[in-house]
Design a protein around this ligand. Structure first.
Ligand SMILES: [Zn+2]
Length: 266
């Protein structure tokens, strides 16, 4: 499996309409995840249902995979062979997925992929995530008449480089990671696995900056209210400050001290 392959492949080559549940009936997040995992197990795409569930739930515990706007992308790394395994569930009534906007999830994309490359998930599905940011596209999925129509609608989604909403995801993981690092240095136990799980989600360059900052300052992320970095108390350039205003979900870097700056921590 290599990066280039995934970059060129449209989702239609991985996803079949047999992996779509157009009318989910589950009444909780856990039940919905189980419903989708049961489907891919039944279709022979994974063998170990228990292990898949264990990993997906561990990932959910770390930080909800609900993106808001009715979308959730529960996922985990599992040895599934060359191609990632995807299942889609549509829930018209909606299920509570601990979304940042507190809205229910209506479109659930379950994703499992080979535990080979750290940070792959974000690169893989940035294309999907940015398509889902379009309200018309979400509406067409909600109104699609059956599984086949849903599968066809996402079939041409191309895998692309990081963009927009995927960076919001990374910001959430960085915040969680910083919190766990702080707990760990305060002597908390049993965090090693969770920290590993969080680190697997991030690109290597972001992780090495994170590690350098933690070593140097004991913190890697700060806020910058009124355009002032709370790490070094310096004013951000007007270019950066206005960029932050335009897209408050993304992760930025202070030009003076190099700390990550995000709009709002926790
Ligand atoms: Zn700074």
């Amino acid at each position: 499996m290599n990066e280039a392959y995934f970059k060129e492949v449209p989702l239609g080559e991985i996803l079949s309409n047999k992996h779509v549940i157009p009318e989910m009936k589950s009444e909780s997040k856990e039940a919905a995840i189980e419903e989708l995992v049961a489907l891919i197990c039944e279709k022979g795409l994974i063998k170990d249902k228990g292990e898949a569930l264990k990993r997906i739930f561990a990932r959910e515990e770390l930080a909800s995979t609900a993106l808001g706007d009715g979308i959730a992308i529960p996922h985990a790394r599992l040895d599934v062979g060359k191609n990632p395994v995807i299942a889609i569930g549509r829930h018209k009534a909606g299920i509570d997925f601990n979304a940042p906007d507190r809205g229910d999830a209506h479109l659930i994309f379950l994703v499992l992929w080979q535990p080979e490359r750290p940070g792959l998930f974000n690169r893989l599905f940035a294309g999907l995530v940015s398509r889902l940011a379009d309200p018309n596209f979400r509406e067409s999925l909600m109104n699609a008449k059956d599984a086949k129509t849903i599968a066809n609608a996402v079939a041409d989604v191309k895998v692309d480089m990081l963009a927009g909403r995927a960076a919001k995801w990374e910001a959430d993981i960085l915040v969680t990671l910083q919190l766990m690092e702080a707990k760990k240095s305060a002597g908390a136990r049993g965090l090693k696995k969770k920290i590993e799980l969080a680190r697997d989600e991030l690109p290597g360059s972001m992780l090495s900056r994170f590690d350098r900052l933690i070593t140097r300052y004991g913190e890697a992320l700060v806020e910058a209210p009124e355009g002032i970095c709370q790490g070094c108390n310096m004013q951000l350039s007007s270019g950066l400050a206005s960029e932050m205003q335009r897209n408050s979900d993304a992760v930025y870097v202070c030009e003076k001290c190099g700390r990550f700056i995000i709009h709002h921590i926790g």
